[in-house]
Design a protein around this ligand. Sequence first.
Ligand code: AMP
Length: 629
Amino acid sequence: MTQTAEATTETTQETESGPRFADLGLDDRVLAAIQEMGYETPSPIQAQTIPLLTSGRDVVGLAQTGTGKTAAFALPALTHMAQAHDAGELGSVPNTLVLAPTRELAIQVAEAFTTYAAKVPGISVLPIYGGAPYGPQLHGLRRGANVVVGTPGRVIDHMSKGSLDLSEIKHLILDEADEMLRMGFAEEVDKILAQTPDDKQVALFSATMPKAIRRISEDYLNNPVEVSVKNKTTTSANIRQRYVAIKHHAKPEALARIMETEPHDAVIVFVRTRSATEEVASKLNARGFTAAAINGDIPQNLREKTVEQLKDGRIDVLVATDVAARGLDVERISHVFNYDIPLDTESYVHRIGRTGRAGRSGEAVLFVTPREQRMLRSIEKATRQQVEQMSLPTISDVNASRLERFSERITETLASEELEEYRGLVSSYVTEHDTPAEDIAAALVAMVHDGRPLLLDEKAEDELLREAKRGFSERGRDDRGEGGDRGPRGDRPSRDRGPATAGPGNAMYRISLGRRDGVAPGHIVGAIANEAGLNAREIGSIDIRPTHSLVELPEKLSGEQWAALAKTRIGGELIKLEKDSGAPAGGGFRKREDDGERGGFRGKGGPRKGGFGKSEGGFKKKDKKARWH
Ligand code: AMP
């Protein structure tokens, strides 16, 4: 434990058994919701933050998206609200305000909050953000919301309209505080903090701790405890680490393809929740693998039995949560799949340490969704090893490997089985039916596959996996890197960059609106981020010229994104996006992500899903039992 002038710093000391949700001082109804979601243990940031927040302390949490920070602040606030509800003190005036830098994050946090609040009676959660009409938000506020999750600009707008009453705020949470400042929201954040009651509890979460965040913490937090997660770890050199950039719903297919094309022995697949262990195991079984689920709900003796089955080869795949796989030592594990990225780097190291046992080599494959790029960076930093990108096998790769195994199996059977009796059967069929032996063999193959095709349809190669193969742009990763207080474009603020040239993986695009049309960088970021579903961080430098503007975006946009951008308007005018011919541009502005709040143009009407929703999973039925060895 180290002391700073104003705050106490605590660092995780993970014990083997670790704390349980039930030990953190949470209300039973909140615990019941967590249980239902299938979370088994608190993540390190949760284990440290929740007891402090439930006891009323202010907290500064060094944590990024993907560490479980939403639950870290939501569960204590909900515990207090549940108590207030029981005491008849929970009115309809907002009790909790969460400030988030972007519309996407505001929606995501509001959704998570709603799920965590499922068993606390009478809690309503409302996201408010720019780029959307005021009407529904005003209506929601009038109806009464206990939890408001908003982008700073829109919160200020509602405050000045008198539609948002902050006089009863008991919890104020600054989520991704560094990102809010980087986007130019310092003034708004200050104003909101200053205009909320003095006795509120404040929790500030930030991935980095630049001076400006320290200043906010000193000015507005009351003797906060500073919490961070230890992440110095090492990994064994005999484990090859790779990652696949992928959207959530493509994971089942990706897993099956890799397993079909990479020679493997036993495999362990790590997922985040109990329900996911069952889901993924049953999808793998449907695809012909022998998989079993282990999680904290399964009694210890049964878990041990399953592990025995893995050891002696009766099953090949174990789908597990971290808790269930703790201490697992099975030599034949050749592959560890991080199907869901772990919530902290230590878990990553524990997980991949399940392979490469007894001096063997091992393979670790990590699935990373676009939102999780930063965790990938943290893993690389913590393990001091680069995790190399791998591309997904195509359907033709899968088919090639199916054919190879098919002929191997025939060769093996010809060599080992007692075939005399069957030979006799075939030759009498040939004679009786005057059918060539080849046809009979073909019919037997069809019988073995139970009418399902041996090979997949190569025309079905889908956009999803093409996207996964492309991966993230390098710059996307760099921008999410940790590096203290930096400009809006990481370490190369657009203003200083001279000619508008795109960074690696990016290209310059031209839009037909410029200064004369009253366009500001915030409008462009808001419109493109909201309409094309691009993350604000994927939008680089913006250069506004008199009659048009140049904007740096990922080099490859999907068909869907092009279609959305073709319909995108700013101030009612189509932006007419096209790739720029490459002429250099001077100047450039600092972009300011305000979700279009100032532009007065309308984004999409209602809340939109973040884009990488829950798994829809499922393999095509025809794939069932497609494996033959
Ligand atoms: P966050 O960092 O809050 O965005 O959370 C990242 C992801 O982890 C979300 O999908 C959460 O649902 C999930 N999550 C949060 N806490 C836990 C936990 N203790 N166990 C399993 N999953 C969790």
